[in-house]
Design a protein around this ligand. Structure first.
Ligand code: F6P
Length: 523
């Protein structure tokens, strides 16, 4: 089957299914849940509220075959230099034992070293507070996981500073004691402007404790030494670990400090379970591949531009921000691996907030707005701790939102309901349309037993591999991020102008006007 034909079949299926309301798809097939949900141990993904059926899914699985998803997956796990533009393999899976990396002994050695260090810090009681200074992948992953595993915290308090806005560091340092604070500088390159600016300011704040109270995580060991961090508190990793895929490396040190080595290893084990599943399960039963294919369906067949990621779990509050970087920095590209322009739409805009809060802010638009925005719901069957009937409410709301999106409420139903509630005929006629819901809006529900370290590791790896599969299908390199460079270069050039050291000569008139106004306002 040619690639063109595989894509044509996908668009033909979309044309067939587009006019059929989800209500009808459910009416036509009483086994929709069984046919369109997949399970790995306690993890279930329900695709039955997506606008597809078993035939469409089969066509999507064929697309995965034609784009050689399995062949390319195997190549990446073998350590081929998949990241072409940087000539590197992509082997973050090796950090959790899901693949073999060059110098595997080193991988285990550094894992042991930073976990021993974390346990020592936890036992010593010297440090009450830990501050992780990093940004992007050196912040979002560890910050998200540390928050998600709050019930397991039994170590020092862990804070995260990422923004170069001085307010972030100032607010975090407030009330902390330099003698009892450990600062970790986390940066793959050890050159990132935000991180280094924060690191220098934090070092000044530590004052006479600077030498004893700093640690670093980086691939640039020499730069850590130059900064003055003693060798025994520098933890390395490797260029085959992408920044946004690095929480499994020593970048995860703040997680280990918060929850301990045992839980950190459980996190790794969860991710490895997903690696093993991804490597071995046939595409039609493979959770990351199916999740990717449904994303392709939404984006390329149904034309959806954004996706809302809504964890019904307060502790996953940073998960949408984490996946935002993972997805949009990996697949937000328009140049393919071959160097040609990509003719397909690539990464959607990923955004979201935890439910039920999201219901009271932007769900209005999801239900009645003019755009179709697919939703990924994430839900644990069991809370980490019982708190009255809170969890029952949480679950009811999550399932209710998916129902409302899929099935909606017709104008007739709204009118009938109003009359049953004793509204007058006239008012019911006038207001029913406002109270109706079109439905036919797709969602996927991802559900598991409980949000513990293992389940979280597995969930993160699910999204990592989903994004990788989509990158293969769009034929782009998911592991570089050249799109962030121009802004960094221009900021470096603007800095002396903003600081008043050079004139704004040659600047575009908009920027020059803003600089002039800024300098006026700052006086
Ligand atoms: O600017 C983007 C980026 O390069 C991300 O990919 C990365 O996660 C982040 O900056 C931080 O980089 P580093 O860990 O080298 O400081």
């Amino acid at each position: 089957m040619t690639l063109e034909y595989a894509w044509r079949r996908v668009t033909d299926e979309a044309a067939r299914l587009s006019p059929i309301h989800l209500r009808q798809l459910f009416a036509d097939n009483a086994n929709r849940f069984d046919d369109l949900s997949v399970t790995l141990d306690d993890l279930t993904i329900d695709f039955s509220k997506e606008k597809l059926d078993a035939d469409a899914l089969k066509v999507l699985v064929d697309l995965a075959r034609v784009t050689e998803v399995e062949v390319k997956r195997d190549a990446i796990f073998r350590g081929e230099a998949w990241n072409l533009t940087e000539q590197r393999p992509v082997l973050h899976m090796a950090l959790r034992g899901g693949a073999v990396a060059p110098g595997s002994d080193d991988v285990l050695g550094i894992l042991d070293r930073f976990l021993v260090f974390a346990e020592k810090v936890r036992l010593d009681n010297q440090f009450e507070d830990i501050i992780n200074i990093g940004i992007g992948g050196s912040d979002l992953g560890p910050a998200m996981v540390t928050r998600a595993l709050r019930p397991d915290h039994d170590g020092p308090r862990v804070h995260f500073v990422s923004n170069v806005d001085g307010a972030h560091l100032t607010d975090t340092l407030k009330g902390l004691d330099p003698a009892r604070t450990l600062i970790i500088v986390a940066s793959k390159t050890f050159t990132t402007l935000e991180t280094m600016t924060n690191a220098y300011s934090a070092r000044a704040w530590l004052d006479r404790y600077a030498e004893s109270n700093m640690a670093a995580v980086s691939t640039n060991i020499q730069a850590c030494a130059n900064f003055g961090i003693p060798e025994d508190r520098v933890f390395g990793f490797w260029d085959w670990v992408g920044g946004r895929y690095s929480l499994w490396s020593a970048i995860g040190l703040p997680i280990a400090l918060a929850v301990g080595a045992v839980k950190f290893r459980e996190l790794l084990a969860g991710a490895k379970a997903m690696d093993d599943h991804f490597r071995t399960a046939p595409p039609a039963e493979n959770l990351p591949i199916l999740l990717a294919l449904v994303g392709i369906w939404r984006r390329n067949a149904m034309g959806c531009q954004t996706v809302a990621l809504i964890p019904y779990d307060q502790r996953l509050e940073r998960f949408p921000a984490y996946v935002q970087q993972l997805d949009m920095e990996s697949n937000g590209k328009s140049i393919g691996r071959t160097g040609d322009f990509i003719s397909l739409s690539t990464s959607p805009v990923v955004w979201g907030e935890p439910g039920t809060n999201a219901q009271h802010s932007f769900f209005q638009l999801l239900h009645q707005g003019t755009d179709i925005i697919p939703v990924d719901f994430i839900l644990a069957a069991k809370p980490r701790e019982e708190q009255g009937d809170h969890h029952l409410h949480l679950v009811s709301n999550c399932l209710a939102q998916a129902q409302a999106l899929a099935f909606g409420k017709t104008e007739d139903e709204a009118s009938a309901q109003m009359k049953a509630e004793s509204w007058s005929e006239v008012d019911a006629k006038r207001l029913a349309r406002h109270r109706s819901f079109p439905g036919d809006r797709p969602s996927t529900t991802i559900m598991y037993h409980q949000l513990d370290a293992f389940a979280l590791g597995r969930l993160i790896a699910l999204f990592e591999h989903k994004i990788f599969v989509q990158g293969i299908i769009w034929d782009l390199n998911s592991f570089d991020q050249w799109g962030v460079e121009l802004g960094k270069q221009l900021a470096r050039e603007l800095f002396p102008i903003i600081a008043g050291c050079t004139t704004a000569d040659g600047l575009d008139v908009s920027s020059a006007g803003l600089v002039a106004r800024l300098q006026q306002l700052a006086e």
